[in-house]
Design a protein around this ligand. Sequence first.
Ligand SMILES: Cc1cc2nc3c(=O)[nH]c(=O)nc-3n(C[C@H](O)[C@H](O)[C@H](O)COP(=O)(O)O)c2cc1C
Length: 169
Amino acid sequence: MAKKSAQIRPFMPSASAIVSCRGKDGFNNALVVGFACNCSYDPPMVMVGIVPSRHSYSLVKENPCFVVHFAREGQEEAWKYLGSESGRDGDKLAHLGLTVEDGTAVNAPVITDFPVAVECTVVDSIMTGSHEMFVGKIEAIHADEDLIDDEGKLDLSAGNLIRGDIRKR
Ligand SMILES: Cc1cc2nc3c(=O)[nH]c(=O)nc-3n(C[C@H](O)[C@H](O)[C@H](O)COP(=O)(O)O)c2cc1C
C-alpha cells in the first residue's frame, strides 16, 4: 500500500511494537518490544524498553536512534520471529525477506512491509532495572494511507494492527 507522511505528533500507546535499529557497521536488526508509549506530547517523544542482553541493545547504544513499527494482522510470522530470534545469529530482516529502506530522518532501517514506522532519535535513557528505557524524539512518521486521516493524523485504531502478545496464536 502507498505510504504517506503523517503529522509529527504523539501517537497513542500500543501494546506491542517492532523496533528496528542499525549498528555502526550498517547491520540492520529489529526486535519485538512489549510496548511503545508516549512520554512527551511537546516535543513528541516515545519510550521503549530494551534489555541489555538483546543484540538490538548494543546497536541502539552505538547508534542512538530507532524506528518503532506496528504490524498488521497477517504479519504474525514476522512478529514472532523478530520477537524470538536474535540478530546476533544472523540477519533476521533478510531471513524474513522484509523490504528495508533508509530512514528519512535517522540512520536506522524503515521496514516498509509494516504499515507504520516512527523514526526516533534517542535523547535520553534510564536503566530502570531489567530494561533500559530509551526516550526517542519523533523525527518522522510514515504510515499506510488508510491509517492517516484527512488532517494528516495517524489513527492506529483505523487498521487491523497487532496490539497484544500473539505468541500463543
Ligand atoms: C510479546 C513480546 C514482548 C517483548 N518485549 C520486549 C521488551 O519490551 N524489551 C526487550 O528487550 N525484549 C522484549 N522481547 C524479547 C525480544 O523481542 C527478543 O528477545 C528478541 O529475540 C531480541 O532480538 P535481538 O537479540 O535481535 O535484539 C519481547 C518479546 C515478545 C514476544
